[in-house]
Write a protein that binds this ligand. Structure first.
Ligand SMILES: [Fe+2]
Ligand SMILES: [Fe+2]
Length: 336
């Protein structure tokens, strides 16, 4: 299923590379002192609050602080190292999805409830409200803020609840993280336009010049911040959710199989249907099965339809599990 709306996103592009680089050339580890990490790269300060790690940590290490705040240390360091150094060497299986979700949700709150209104206030204080130009600048900023708000709200309403339901063990086959993220694309044209106008065309005097330059700098920082946020969603959250989906799908097949076995349904297949299952498991096409069993192709298709209806299993992988569990085949006969 496709999400109802597009998810405009502030994806990093090569064009942003120079601004993006926060490279420290160091991969931080659990035994590193958090204070050192901040001294190396103050950008980490913005991340701390979103993980729920307060300041005032003395000489404590990253591992000690994460443990104290019940933050998964591996996930925290993955996000930090990924954002600071663009390191893609992540063991997705070790990522803790609840920790990632906590970080992303807190990031939305920070951005929507603090940063965007804060910059707007700064703009209001700086611009002369009487002029048409000022009103247009504000309108452009509001358009940009609305785009971000729409994007994040959609994630809050659709994507995050979907992830929550997966985490509680429920998986519907209609949704998938890939379907949601397929429209997670670049729509930062409004922000680019705003920066461009402020840089090139907005007149300022000595009084307003510094203020406007500071706001402009904040907008550049925002762009980087949003791009990093998107990278975490795409490069860390999405593959981690894919794994959860895969696990749930598998356990669903196993659960249905064990239900069938416990209800004695395994014996419901006719001898002919069992032969067909064996053929499928051995990697034969319908045509090959027909030739092998001396029956028509149509008969094979009908049998396969009946098998799927009886077992609620449609995939060759599911039939393979069924065949093994019911001793229809030996593992050595399975075509992998
Ligand atoms: Fe987001
Ligand atoms: Fe997003």
């Amino acid at each position: 299923m496709c999400p109802e709306k597009h998810l405009p996103l502030y994806r990093i592009t090569e064009r942003h590379n120079i601004h993006r680089k926060m490279v420290t050339n160091k991969i931080y580890e659990p035994a590193d002192r958090m204070a050192m990490l901040i001294e190396d790269c103050p950008d980490v300060l913005e991340m701390l609050g979103r993980f729920g790690i307060p300041l005032g940590f003395g000489e404590k290490t990253v591992a000690e602080l994460c443990q104290a705040q019940e933050v998964d240390c591996y996930t925290f360091l993955c996000v930090v190292n990924y954002i600071l150094n663009n390191v893609g060497d992540v063991d997705i299986q070790r990522l803790d999805v609840p920790t990632l979700m906590r970080y992303l949700r807190a990031s939305h709150v920070y951005y929507l409830q603090f940063l965007l209104p804060f910059i707007r206030e700064q703009l209001m204080a700086c611009l002369d409200h009487e002029t048409t130009l000022s009103r247009l600048i504000l309108r452009l900023y509001d358009d940009y803020a609305n785009e971000v708000n729409t994007h994040m709200q959609l994630e809050e309403d659709k994507v995050f609840p979907y992830v929550d339901s997966l985490l509680s063990g429920r998986h519907d086959n209609e949704n998938s993280i890939d379907a949601f993220m397929s429209t997670h694309n670049n729509a930062d044209t409004t922000l680019r336009e705003l920066k461009n106008i402020m840089t090139r065309y907005l007149p300022s005097d000595v009084r307003t010049g510094n203020h406007l330059a500071h706001i402009l700098y904040s907008l550049y920082r925002n762009e980087t911040w949003l791009a990093n946020h998107a990278r975490v969603e795409e490069a860390l959250l999405t593959p981690a959710i894919r794994m959860v989906e895969h696990r749930l799908r598998h356990s669903d097949v196993n659960r249905r199989l064990s239900q069938m076995i416990s209800h004695g349904d395994a014996g419901e297949l006719s001898a002919r249907e069992r032969d067909i299952v064996v053929g499928v498991v051995q990697g034969m096409s319908n045509k090959e099965i027909a030739e092998h069993l001396f029956i028509s192709l149509n008969t094979v298709v009908t049998h396969r339809r009946n098998i799927a209806r009886k077992l609620h299993i449609h995939s060759p992988a599911g039939l393979t599990i069924y065949a093994i569990v019911n001793n229809l085949v030996d593992i050595s006969e399975i075509c992998t």
